[in-house]
Design a protein around this ligand. Structure first.
Ligand code: PAF
Length: 279
C-alpha cells in the first residue's frame, strides 16, 4: 500500500493508476472499523484500484469538543487498510485540503433542514466541502459510503447531481456488532454501562418495524422515544420517520413509497445515530 500526504503526489500516483483502470474511493475520518472495511471489500470487488482517505474534517464539526475528542488511531488504521489490500492511502493535513478557508455554501434545499441538519448546524455544508474537494483530487470512478449515515448518503448523492461530478455513488449496508449496535468510530468512547445499553437502539428499531401495522406515525415515534429512553442511560435527540427519497418527515404511512426511521441518541457526551427501512 502506498501512503501519501500531499495532493501533488496523489495526483501523480492517480494519473498512473488511472490508465484503463477504475478507481474505487472510500473517504473516511479514520478510527476504522469493520463498517469501513466492508466498503473496502466492496470497492475491491467493483474496482481495479482502491483509494482510502483519512482526514478528520474540521469544517463538519459544529462542536469543538467533539472534534477534539474524535477518536484517532492512525497506526492501527494503516495496518487494517494494508491488510485489506488497499492500493493507496491518502492522509492529508488540514493545510493540504484547505490551503485557503473554504467559504462555499451548498444549498441542499429541504434535505439538510431535518434531522442531523437541524441538530448539527453546518455539518452537511462541511461534509459537502470536503467530499467535493476529495472527489476533485481523487477523481474516483465509484465512491462508497455507509448506510448508517443515511442522510449523509442522500446529501452526497445530491452534491454529485448538483455539481455534475463524474462519480458513481454506491452504498454499503450498516455493519453491526454481534448485539446489533451499529458500528461507529464513536462506539469506543462509550463507558461499559453505556455500551451495555446501546444495543437497545437497534432492538427498538427492529421492534418498531413490527409495530407499523398497529400504530400511526406519531404514535410509533413516541413509542421509539419512550423505549430507548426507558433505561435512563440513553436519551433520544430526535426520532424521525421520513420519506426515504426526500428525507422529509411523513405524517401518514401513505405519504411516501419508501419510509425510513432515523434516530440520534445521546449516551452523553457520545452521540450515536442509526436507521432502519420501514417500507
Ligand atoms: O462519514 C464520514 O466519515 C465523513 O463524514 C466523510 C464522508 C469522510 C467526510 O468527512
Amino acid at each position: 500500500m502506498i501512503i501519501t500526504n500531499t495532493s501533488v503526489h496523489l495526483k501523480d500516483l492517480i494519473s498512473i493508476a488511472k490508465r484503463d483502470r477504475t478507481i474505487g474511493f472510500i473517504p473516511t475520518m479514520g478510527a476504522l472499523h469493520d463498517g469501513h472495511l466492508s466498503l473496502v471489500r466492496a470497492a475491491k470487488e467493483k474496482c481495479d484500484f482502491v483509494i482510502v482517505s483519512i482526514f478528520v474534517n474540521p469544517t463538519q464539526f459544529d462542536n469543538p469538543n467533539d472534534l477534539a475528542n474524535y477518536p484517532r488511531d492512525i497506526d492501527v488504521d494503516i495496518k487494517k487498510l494494508s491488510d485489506s489490500g488497499v492500493d493507496l492511502l491518502f492522509i492529508p493535513s488540514e493545510q493540504e485540503i484547505y490551503p485557503m478557508p473554504d467559504r462555499r455554501i451548498f444549498d441542499f434545499g429541504s434535505m439538510d433542514k431535518v434531522m442531523e441538519g437541524i441538530h448539527r448546524p453546518g455539518h452537511f455544508n462541511g461534509v459537502a466541502q470536503v467530499v467535493d474537494r476529495l472527489f476533485r483530487l481523487v477523481q474516483p470512478t465509484v465512491a462508497f459510503f455507509g448506510e448508517k449515515d443515511f442522510q449523509q448518503l442522500a446529501i452526497v448523492r445530491a452534491l454529485v447531481e448538483k455539481r455534475n461530478l463524474q462519480v458513481k455513488i454506491m452504498s454499503g449496508p450498516t455493519v453491526r456488532e454481534h448485539d446489533g449496535l451499529a458500528m461507529s468510530s464513536r462506539n469506543r468512547l462509550l463507558t461499559n454501562i453505556q455500551r451495555s445499553q446501546a444495543p437497545v437502539i437497534y432492538k427498538t428499531l427492529l421492534e418498531a418495524a413490527e409495530k407499523m401495522d398497529t400504530l400511526e406515525v406519531a404514535a410509533l415515534k413516541k413509542w421509539v422515544h419512550n423505549t430507548i429512553n426507558e433505561g435512563k442511560i440513553l436519551e433520544t435527540q430526535y426520532v424521525e420517520i421520513v420519506d426515504a427519497r426526500t428525507l422529509q418527515p411523513i405524517k401518514k404511512w401513505s405519504d411516501a413509497g419508501s419510509v425510513q426511521l432515523c434516530v440520534a441518541v445521546f449516551a452523553k457526551p457520545v452521540r450515536l445515530i442509526d436507521n432502519i427501512r420501514l417500507k
